[in-house]
Write a protein that binds this ligand. Structure first.
Ligand code: SF4
Length: 339
């Protein structure tokens, strides 16, 4: 591999560049209301064409360059990454790099693909599941998908060694906060890590209101009342979730509190869209077109220099500056950049 010397790159807030999230498609087979409301992402919606999307060669080339800049973790996202044909081939290419390779999926196709992804080199998987009862789950996912299909996907991922499986639940007041305790009971005592996510104002289409956010403190109290919890120290700088363990030792949960307890000060993440735009913040509204550089024959050294410049000018702290009164985001869509 002849790995070149990696120079740790820090932004002006002394945040190292360590995590690259790669969206491999803007398409999804669900229509979760907080991410891809079906009224907007319906029949006539114009998704990216194949030719607009980065090829696996281009993604691999960029991944190599980011590894030279200190990236140690890549997360594959979407839309729904399992809709990208031949995804195991990309996993195989990225799996050869010196990094931790993970994926976030809605789990609907996971039972079918888990084994192939694991043998191609995928290390871990995070699965989104917002309720166990089909009445709430299908209301939330907009296509009537059933929770059992996702649970089967989680089991298949665990059986394939994609562990620990993290289960992400986005909680919205008046929609699924009554499902928090049933979810906690379901995954307690299993090797899986149940994580609760505050509803975020990503993009311009999910009708976000602060009133619909169930704060992390309230979520923890909700569980603690029945299943006592105690806090755990972060495993590393930039860990997104605040961690809690059950006092009886039967596992842990995580809480991602971007709205009420922002963590921009430790944000080590950069995001690449499937059509090759680079964003230095989830809530950004403009990105840098890397695809043009790749297809215009720009050299690796020049691209690395550009990326170094970009990160060393990075000042993003959206969540810390969020004006709650604004009522909704102004940036790119979650389904386009992959959370
Ligand atoms: S809001 Fe932006 S800067 Fe803050 S943690 Fe999220 S992605 Fe990072």
């Amino acid at each position: 591999m002849g790995a070149r010397m990696t120079i740790a790159l820090h932004d002006p807030l002394d945040r190292p560049l360590r995590d690259l999230r790669i969206s491999v498609t803007d398409r999804c087979n669900l229509r979760c209301a907080y991410c891809m409301p079906k009224q907007i992402f319906g029949r006539g919606y114009k998704f990216l064409d194949r030719g607009e999307m980065l090829t696996f060669e281009e993604i691999e080339r960029l991944a190599r360059l980011f590894v030279r800049l200190g990236v140690r973790k890549i997360r594959l996202t979407g839309g729904e990454p399992l809709l990208r044909t031949d995804l195991p081939e990309l996993v195989g290419r990225l799996g050869a790099l010196p990094l931790d390779l993970a994926m976030t999926s809605n789990g609907l196709l996971l039972a079918k693909h888990a084994k192939k992804l694991a043998s191609a080199g995928l290390g871990r998987v995070t699965v989104s599941l917002d309720a166990l009862d089909d009445a709430t789950f299908s209301l939330n996912n907009g296509v009537g998908a059933r929770a059992q299909a996702i649970l089967d996907g989680i089991d298949a991922a665990a059986a394939a060694g994609l562990t620990p499986v993290k289960i992400n639940m986005v909680v919205r007041r008046g929609i699924n906060e009554h499902c928090v305790l049933p979810m906690a009971r379901r995954f307690r005592g299993t090797p899986h890590v149940f994580r609760l996510i505050e509803f975020m104002d990503v993009g311009r289409t999910n009708g976000w209101r602060f009133a619909d956010v169930v704060p992390a403190r309230e979520l923890v109290e909700m569980i603690d009342r029945e299943l006592p919890l105690e806090p755990i120290a972060p495993a590393y700088r930039g860990e997104v979730a605040r961690r809690w363990r059950y006092r009886d030792g039967r596992g842990e949960i995580g809480v991602i509190a971007s709205v009420t307890e922002p963590f921009c000060g430790d944000c080590t993440r950069v995001r690449l869209s499937s059509n090759g735009k680079l964003y230095t913040c989830l809530f950004a509204s403009t990105g840098t077109d890397l695809k043009r550089w790749l297809r215009d024959g720009v050299s690796d050294a020049t691209i690395v220099a550009h990326l170094r410049g970009l990160w060393s000018r990075r000042a993003d702290r959206y969540s810390e500056k969020r004006a709650i009164s604004t009522g909704g985001g102004q940036g790119i869509e979650m389904s386009y950049i992959g959370g």
